[in-house]
Design a protein around this ligand. Structure first.
Ligand code: ZN
Length: 146
């Protein structure tokens, strides 16, 4: 169990140090900004959507290891998903982090399940997802976690 936790930590450190899809997306047709005042995490999320499918996603910004790793993992997870499936994934991810349901199989995203033990960090982990939701809704005002 301890080894597994270490492995998870390694993945989070890896994704926070060298985030995937960390760039401005050239052909983005949706964009949203998110801010987590509790921690100071900032993110700009870019999505390229064609016919209800997210064909590409990327992000820029700065934040703590958890927020960066979560955004990195999210941009990988939602690529190729329909808008409906991406929102459903957010729903499940949120349940995992807030209700501690770690039986949900979210693939790589399960790595972040441990964050539920640190309620202050849940907002770091969900910031990218709230921002994705805003981008899908085509909401232009920046998202702020409460
Ligand atoms: Zn944070």
């Amino acid at each position: 169990m301890a080894d597994l936790r270490e492995l998870y930590q390694e993945v989070i450190i890896d994704h926070s140090k060298s985030p995937r899809n960390f760039c401005k997306l050239e052909h983005a047709n949706r964009e949203a900004e998110g801010f987590n005042p509790l921690c100071g995490d900032k993110i700009t999320l870019y999505l390229e959507i064609t016919e209800n499918t997210i064909i590409n996603s990327s992000f820029t910004g700065s934040g703590c290891a958890i927020s960066t790793a979560s955004a990195s993992l999210m941009t990988e997870a939602i690529k190729g998903k329909s808008l409906k499936d991406a929102e459903a994934l957010f729903e499940k991810f949120h349940v995992m982090l807030t209700q501690g349901d770690d039986k949900v199989d979210l693939g790589k995203l399960n790595i972040l399940a441990g964050v539920k033990q640190f309620p202050m960090r849940v907002k770091c982990a969900t910031l990218a997802w709230h921002t994705m939701h805003a981008a899908l809704e085509d909401q232009h005002a920046p998202v702020t976690t409460e």
